[in-house]
Design a protein around this ligand. Structure first.
Ligand code: GTP
Length: 314
């Protein structure tokens, strides 16, 4: 019994991979139960006569407007022509209601004189969703839920390259809370945490376009990247942030006459060139920020390096 065709067929019907076996011309020779069930689900109730189908032709049709289908087709052909021993592809295949991913594996099967190709598709959605979640968590600051330093570095580099290519201005602001230690010491770290969340939420509302990013640089320091924005506009935007923060009246006893939380800002606008770098841009904004700190805090020093004449705003 164990050697019967029927027995082996029943086993193949228990596996969750959708399996199809084709000959070297692409004619379907065998499908398992998972393949049939998936096909029925995705093609409505039509009882496709799979055994009259040519799998390569099905792929060719799909490849006309789907780059994954095109890659799959090339992969299958490369195994048929023995250019590759095996072929793997991970590809999205969303249903009407949810995102889905599959892994396709193509391997040859030699039975006596005849050569077949076994193609299996395995649903890997759970793994991909978990990977995406890990990727997202690795780029988000846990406390404030805005971008973290790693995400900022990647984004700034991308935006730097884009602006350099298109000769567009790029603005970078470094924002540091004033006397934050005082707030922590007097109100406690939990209140300090809430305050960081409030500032992050407000600053994040100023990052509206895909070329903008608000990030936690570290500790009580934040950064704002504004791609393709002129110096004057960036200055107005950060002044508005400062004034909206003042309206929140976050208490910081002893920090200043009004006993409210303030920030110091260093802002630089430039058109990226090969002579500079994102790191130098951050350093420049940081040094401006520290000038503000030394001259009394609660201010902004902004420098326009996008035009030849040096333009400073306090
Ligand atoms: N509650 C809280 N505090 C933090 C966090 N990260 C950094 N801090 C605090 O931020 C404070 C930073 O202190 P300092 O570097 O002396 O800066 P400052 O008191 O803001 O003074 P200036 O920057 O000179 O105005 C320290 O008390 C840190 O403990 C955080 O995630 N939560």
């Amino acid at each position: 019994m164990f050697e019967t065709k029927e027995f082996l067929k029943l086993i193949l019907d228990t596996v969750s991979e959708h399996i199809v076996v084709i000959n070297e011309s692409g004619d379907i020779q065998y499908i398992n139960q998972s393949w049939r069930a998936f096909g029925n689900q995705n093609n409505g109730s039509c009882n496709l006569d799979w055994y009259s189908q040519n799998y390569l032709r099905v792929c060719e049709l799909a490849a006309k407007d789907d780059e994954y289908a095109y890659t799959a087709l090339k992969g299958i052909k490369s195994v048929i022509t023995k250019q590759q021993d095996e072929f793997y592809l991970e590809y999205p295949c969303n249903s009407d209601t949810e995102p889905r991913w599959f892994m396709m594996r193509v391997v040859p099967l030699q039975i006596k004189e005849q050569r077949f190709i076994v193609i299996s598709h395995l649903n890997i959605t759970e793994r991909i969703l978990a990977e995406q979640q890990v990727h997202k968590l690795a780029r988000i600051d846990g406390l404030t839920q805005i971008a973290n330093r790693r995400c900022l570095d990647d984004f700034l580099l991308e935006e730097w390259n884009r602006c350099q290519r298109l000769s567009l201005p790029l603005s970078f602001a470094m924002i540091d809370l004033d006397h934050f230690k005082m707030l922590n010491d007097s109100a406690g770290h939990l209140v300090g945490d809430e305050c960081l969340q409030q500032v992050a939420k407000l600053l994040n509302s100023f990052s509206r376009r895909t070329s903008d990013l608000c990030a936690r640089f570290g500790g009580e320091e934040f950064a704002l990247v504004l791609g393709n924005i002129k110096f004057d506009e960036a200055t107005v935007l950060l002044k508005r942030f400062k004034s909206e923060l003042a309206h929140l009246k976050i208490s910081n006893n002893g920090a200043n006459a009004k006993n409210i939380l303030t920030v110091s800002i260093g802002l630089v606008t430039l058109i990226p060139t090969a002579n500079s770098s994102p790191t130098k841009l951050i350093e420049k904004a940081d040094s401006l920020l520290y000038e503000v700190k030394y001259s009394g805090r609660d201010g902004m020093l902004a420098v326009d390096e996008s035009c030849t004449s040096d333009n400073q705003v306090h």
